[in-house]
Design a protein around this ligand. Structure first.
Ligand code: F6R
Length: 392
């Protein structure tokens, strides 16, 4: 007899032929079975040779185990010829994002059908404010979500680190919507934050990747990102999919509320549809980008700059560099440089500037001029065809 209990951390039971498996997520057991049970917190699982799985609550009440079928395949867990999972997952993005938008983004006519929104439409339309909570990369996606929801749907949004939100005394009330973003759906701080908000009467909406994980199960509603397993420790395709889902959500609320014009709604949907192909175009430049990166291996510090929607992207770029290259990096809103950090600029510290042709382009150009005056070395990420000499 084997007894397992769940408290806080994730637990999954795999049901094979004459055998059982216990793991913290489904990836190590998919090779052996696709039938799984996810016990809830404070539940006890009793496994015995030759007997059916039994589940009890902590108060000893027997429950009927809910057996689910895994959608995961072994193929998704292999590196497929890439030297490591992170690279594989970066290259998977065009297909992963197309999967995330499948059945949700339509053209002719342009429309978003996001079941998670439609099922909770009235709550979103009545919301006086939205709180987004997450950690790390998912928190960066949350910032982009804030920009999009405020721009398209005109609902005030706050973005909170789950680890801060859960330990301070935030004001959360019935009628508030709390959006929890998590790739794994198991991050302890995010789970604790939503449990606290749920107890205060908020409506919890999860945006997660791992189907059946603790956060989607704790939430009242939500959307999956549907990009398949992310094995690489640094979040890549999960981040771009979180942003995609948040944009779809913001567009849906904005259109239903009437705060977003039909024309702008249609234009952004067409742009969304084109993202996978554009991503493939960027990925085709991989070898060139890799050669270029070698010229900066001397640097011990980087700064990433962006404005508007590209400010969270700058934060995310800096996080990725720190996490993967062990090089110190900071992300800043480009205009904040002049309020102090510009003192750090020298040719020893490369500055990555995200400056596509958007509303703030001219402003970013003037921020770059200030950096160049201090002999800063600029690496700019610009719209194809941009020939502005200040950008190089
Ligand atoms: C960074 C990264 C982490 C995660 C964070 C939250 O590359 O992967 O910062 O984003 O630990 O994890 P999830 O999204 O699973 O809640």
């Amino acid at each position: 007899m084997l007894v397992a209990a769940r408290k806080g951390s994730p637990l999954v039971v795999g049901i094979g032929k004459d055998e059982y498996f216990l793991a913290s997520d489904a990836t190590p057991i998919v090779e052996f079975t696709s039938r799984v049970v996810y016990p809830d917190d404070e539940e006890i699982v009793v496994l015995e040779r030759g007997r059916e799985i039994r589940i009890k609550t902590i108060s000893n009440v027997e429950k009927t185990p809910e057996i689910k079928k895994l959608e995961l395949t072994l193929n998704q867990l292999e590196k497929g010829g890439y030297p490591h999972f992170m690279l594989k997952e970066i290259f998977e993005q065009p297909v992963a994002l197309a999967n995330s938008m499948k059945g949700r983004v339509h053209v002719n006519p342009e429309k978003i059908t996001l079941a998670g929104f439609q099922e909770n439409r009235d709550k979103f339309l009545a919301a006086g404010r939205i709180i987004i909570t997450a950690c790390g990369t998912s928190w960066h996606a949350g910032l982009i979500g804030m920009y999009a929801i405020e721009e398209f749907a005109r609902i005030p949004v706050e973005v909170e680190y789950s680890s801060e939100f859960r330990y301070r005394k935030p004001v959360v009330a019935p009628g508030d919507i709390v959006i929890a973003i998590s790739q794994s759906g198991e991050t302890a701080d995010t789970l604790a934050a939503i449990e606290m908000a749920k107890a205060a009467g908020a409506f919890i909406f999860g945006i997660c990747n791992v189907v059946g994980a603790s956060i989607p199960r704790c939430a009242h509603g939500g959307c999956y990102t549907h990009v398949g397993p992310e094995i690489g420790v640094a979040s890549t395709k999960a981040f771009t999919a979180q942003v995609t889902v948040l944009i779809m959500l913001a567009l849906s609320i904005g259109r239903e509320k009437g705060t977003l014009s039909a024309e702008k709604y249609a234009r952004i949907i067409r742009e969304l549809q084109d993202v996978p192909e554009k991503m493939s175009g960027i990925l085709a430049k991989n070898d060139m980008i890799s050669r270029f990166a070698k010229t900066f291996t001397y640097a011990h510090n980087f700064i990433y700059l962006g404005r508007g929607y590209n400010f969270p992207i700058a934060l995310e770029g800096a996080l990725k560099l720190k996490e993967i290259s062990y090089i110190h990096a900071e992300g800043y809103p480009a205009a904040e440089m002049k309020h102090g950090p510009i003192a750090l600029i020298s040719n020893e510290m490369p500055v990555v500037v995200i400056a596509p042709q958007s509303g703030t382009y001219e402003k970013v150009v003037s921020n770059i001029q200030e950096i160049k005056a201090r002999k800063g070395r600029i690496i700019s990420v610009v719209t194809e065809g941009d020939t502005c000499p200040i950008m190089s």
